[in-house]
Design a protein around this ligand. Structure first.
Ligand SMILES: O=P(O)(O)OC[C@H]1O[C@H](O[C@H]2O[C@H](CO)[C@@H](O)[C@H](O)[C@H]2O)[C@H](O)[C@@H](O)[C@@H]1O
Length: 378
């Protein structure tokens, strides 16, 4: 919500100036490029960008026809922001107005920590594309030693959870940290820390919540069927994440995407209790229960004793469409903020942006440094 204030104050400031200069650093290029617009043009850009994002917000990525599936398979997730009409806003203008709406969390670091002064930050981190770079093979999405150390230090200073589409066993295997909470299977499998040094201690150890337990037999059955139906498509891979499935097409020739989508649709038609959403070159198949990463964030804040707290600042960093569920909850709560990890403008409910896992690492490192300094000064 802070970002909205930032934008409002920008707009007030804008009204007082003839021209507006924005930098697209460090999100789109380095060294930074600066764009200077006449005030009226800049406000036009903001209007156009707002209108464009509202239009995209209405897009329904439901099941629909195969053709619409394949169209949305071509988009990275969340929806890539495109200029609604070339003649009104050029790509560069789009990037400039997007960076004003979702400034880099590195550039805005001081504003962010000042807003958190005297409050409890709770850190929520997506895994793939946020802590680990996106790679071709999902089984090789390793976190670097340096990132693991940074996340461990974050967890020693703030209550910390990893919220991921991966199964808990798989993400624990990658992260190898006991001081944190895990919300696997897109938030449908929540476990507390196993280290007594973690926030919340004994009371939050072990399995905390699994709202989709009764779906496990169905998930296992559909996993086997999908494996059988897609094994003839080179590069296709079905991943079992315990309470949900991922059908990967990153390594599938685009000419075969329609065939893959037809196979998946032919299976799901017999399982109305399963729904499909798009991820980054992946079809995510989940139970139709009303539970997602946003609900998991609320559950974890409650488990940590911050359900009704006015003094908590939840920070959620994520890169994918399912992270938007958490960004939305932060806006509904009117507390904390989401940070989208993306190199390109995307439709998002986040407030800030970072470019890639290396910038996430830098942001987390600075946060730990700031905490140690403020505790030292106390
Ligand atoms: O919620 P997340 O932690 O972001 O998990 C979302 C999905 O991430 C993984 O797939 C993505 O990363 C892979 C490795 O970089 C990449 O190959 C794939 O194309 C991406 O979609 C994971 O494999 C999925 O099960 C998660 O749902």
């Amino acid at each position: 919500m802070m970002n909205q204030n930032v934008i409002v104050s920008d707009r007030k400031a804008i009204l007082g100036s003839k021209t507006v200069t924005v930098s697209n650093s460090p999100l789109f290029s380095s060294p930074p490029t600066y764009f200077t617009f006449p005030r009226h043009k800049f406000l036009e850009l903001l209007e156009a960008a707002d209108k464009n994002s509202n239009n995209i917000n209405k897009n329904n990525l439901g099941a629909g026809k195969i053709a619409s599936w394949v169209d949305s398979m071509r988009d990275s997730s969340p929806t890539r922001l495109r200029s609604s009409s070339r003649d009104s806003v050029s790509d560069n203008d789009h990037k400039a107005s997007w960076i004003v709406r979702f400034p880099s969390a590195l550039n805005m670091f001081d504003e962010i920590v000042n807003a958190a002064k005297g409050k409890q930050i709770v850190m929520f981190l997506d895994y793939d594309g946020t802590l680990s770079p996106i790679v071709e093979d999902p089984d090789k999405a390793y976190i670097t030693h340096e990132m693991r150390e940074v996340v461990k230090n974050v967890a020693l200073n703030f209550p910390t959870a990893i919220v991921t589409g991966r199964s808990i066993d798989k993400v624990r295997g990658f992260v190898k940290l006991n001081e944190i909470y895990y919300a696997g299977s897109h938030g449908m499998d929540i476990e507390g820390p196993t280290s007594e040094y973690a926030y919340g201690g004994e009371s939050n150890q072990g399995v905390l919540f699994q709202p989709a337990r009764e779906f496990v037999p169905m998930i296992e059955k559909v996993y086997k069927i999908l494996e059988e139906k897609t094994k003839w498509i080179p590069g296709a891979m079905v991943e079992n994440n315990k309470f949900c499935l991922s059908v990967h097409f990153r390594r599938v020739d685009e000419k075969r995407w329609t065939g893959l989508a037809e196979q998946v649709k032919s299976v799901l038609i017999d399982y109305p209790q399963l729904k499909l959403t798009q991820g980054r070159k992946v079809l995510e198949i989940r139970p139709t229960i009303k539970w997602d990463k946003g609900q998991a964030l609320n559950f974890l804040l409650k488990s940590l004793g911050f359900e009704k707290s006015e003094d908590v600042v939840p920070v959620y960093i994520g890169d994918d469409r399912t992270d938007e569920d958490a960004f939305k909850v932060l806006r509904e709560r009117g507390q904390g903020f989401g940070i989208l990890v993306s190199k390109v403008p995307k439709e998002t409910n986040a407030s800030y942006s970072l470019q890639d896992p290396s910038q996430v690492n830098e942001f987390l490192r600075r946060l730990v440094e700031w905490k140690r300094k403020t505790v030292g000064e106390a």
